[in-house]
Design a protein around this ligand. Structure first.
Ligand code: GLN
Length: 454
């Protein structure tokens, strides 16, 4: 009975869209067979993991948490998931997310919101957002339903849910993990990465996920470093930059205190802390919310009722009606909002005023980081401006939801590796995340700083 209650409680979190325990068992049996045959075992041998339902998995429904892809069963496997299976991992199931990875709270999912396993220490039982878009991943790990899961991060979707649920997650340098077979949101920003309980697990899993893939034209043709073997929490000689523009007016006391603690911990680990400036920070969020929807509007044009999933063909209607009916029925409100913003900023009359400007801002953001690297090796900042907010609290106000991404999007626009690690608890007992941003390709330094903090 106790077990049944635990299973029911776990299911109530709504972290999984589909469960595939048989896949995890198959992988474990294959590992047993290899061990018995004296064959070498992979880095993830027998580890049961959750797969964000944005990764195409052969023979297993892949929905991007949308109605339009409901019932879509890919005939192919994403490169990242294939790499994980090659390393010996097994799939426990497909994890819930914000629809097409658009959101910061997992509330835009067609399959219902995920509930964070955390509660405030005020004696109440208010349900909290698990962060997003990888909210199924963060919750499944925080609730101990799986030891690790994949995430994707376009503008914070690995880091912010990790912060909200007290776990770790790293978005590697753009191009480290192949995007092939991952449902596209904003292709110039999308990156896969691991989410797990600690930094070492993230390092192990990232090694398994990353690597060159000729099927993704933006994949980096570089060997995968031995990140796990390179872990070292001694930060002597490392300079940590504290970006003054991230000290927003009216920053939450809890967040400011956590940031100060993080600085102290890194100093204790031998690092030198320096003040740096990222002058264009305040333009990052508006630029992101032009570029990401622009790319999304183009990527989502393929869901036309012909090739994938849902088709709505009203009686006696033509092709245009089918497109319109299918897309109106198949996309949720937030996805429709992004498509409308995206098509607007790309339209002939407004392209230069919005899209071109946003691309220029993106170049300036990248240059800010380049200039900062003259005086530091890593940047330390909060992952998000607050602890987890309540479910429903921000759903009627998209702008306040977008504002939660303020610290996450600059590293995305610049394509840099960035990690969130637990940084302590807020006054009301909720986890807070510290973010470490590194130079392109320097995941090792990011992981090492993460290790020094945890
Ligand atoms: N919250 C951001 C958005 O809604 C980031 C999402 C993501 O990284 N996939 O666009």
């Amino acid at each position: 009975e106790a077990l049944n209650t635990r299973v029911a409680n776990a299911k109530a979190l709504n972290a999984f869209i589909v469960e595939t325990p048989e896949k995890a068992l198959e992988a474990a049996a294959a590992v047993d067979a290899d061990r018995a045959a004296g064959k070498p075992l992979g880095k993830m041998a027998g580890v049961p993991i959750g797969m964000k339902d944005l990764f195409c998995t052969e023979g297993v429904q892949t929905t991007a948490a949308s109605h339009i892809l409901e019932g879509f069963v890919p005939t192919y496997e994403s490169t990242v998931s294939a790499n994980l299976w090659k390393a010996g991992a097994g799939m426990l199931g497909k994890l819930n997310l914000d629809q097409f990875a658009m959101g910061s709270s997992n509330e835009t999912s067609y399959f219902g919101n995920v509930i964070s396993p955390w509660r405030r220490n005020d004696g109440g039982n208010a349900a909290l957002a698990p962060g997003g878009s990888s909210g199924g991943s963060s919750t499944a790990i925080a609730a101990r339903l799986c030891p690790a899961a994949t995430g994707t991060d376009t503008g914070g979707s690995i880091r912010q849910p990790a912060a909200f649920t007290g776990i770790s997650g790293i978005k590697p340098t753009y191009g480290r993990c192949s995007r092939w077979g991952i449902v596209a949101f904003a292709s110039s920003l999308d990156q896969a990465g691991p989410m797990a309980r600690d930094v070492r697990d993230c390092a192990i899993m990232l090694e398994a996920m990353a690597g060159f893939d000729p099927k993704d034209s933006t994949s980096l043709d570089l060997p995968v470093p031995a990140w796990e073997a390179g872990l070292n929490s001694d930060l002597k000689g490392k300079r940590i930059g504290i970006p003054r523009e991230y000290r927003l007016d009216g920053i939450d006391d809890d967040i400011a205190a956590m940031w100060d603690n993080g600085i102290a911990w890194l100093k204790d680990a031998g690092a030198e802390v320096v003040d740096v400036s990222l002058p264009h920070t305040k333009y990052a969020l508006p630029a992101y919310y032009i570029i990401a929807p622009a790319e999304a509007s183009s990527n989502l044009a393929r869901y036309d009722g012909v090739r994938f999933g849902l088709r709505d063909l009203p009686e006696g209607s033509g092709l245009q009606d089918m497109y319109a009916a299918t897309r109106a029925a198949g996309f949720g409100e937030e996805v429709r909002r992004r498509i409308m913003i995206g098509t607007y900023v790309l339209s002939a009359g407004f392209y230069d005023a919005y899209y071109t400007q946003a691309q220029k801002v993106r170049a300036l953001i990248a240059r800010d980081f380049e200039q900062a690297w003259a005086s530091c090796d890593l940047i330390l900042a909060p992952t998000a401006p607050s602890a987890a907010f309540g479910l429903g609290e921000k759903t009627s106000d998209p702008l306040s939801m977008y504002l939660n991404d303020v610290f996450a999007v600059p590293a995305s626009l610049a394509g840099l590796p960035a990690m969130s690690v637990p940084g302590g608890l807020s006054k009301d007992g909720l986890p807070l995340g510290l973010q470490i941003i590194g130079k392109a390709l320097d995941e090792q330094a990011v992981l090492n700083a993460g290790l020094a903090i945890e």
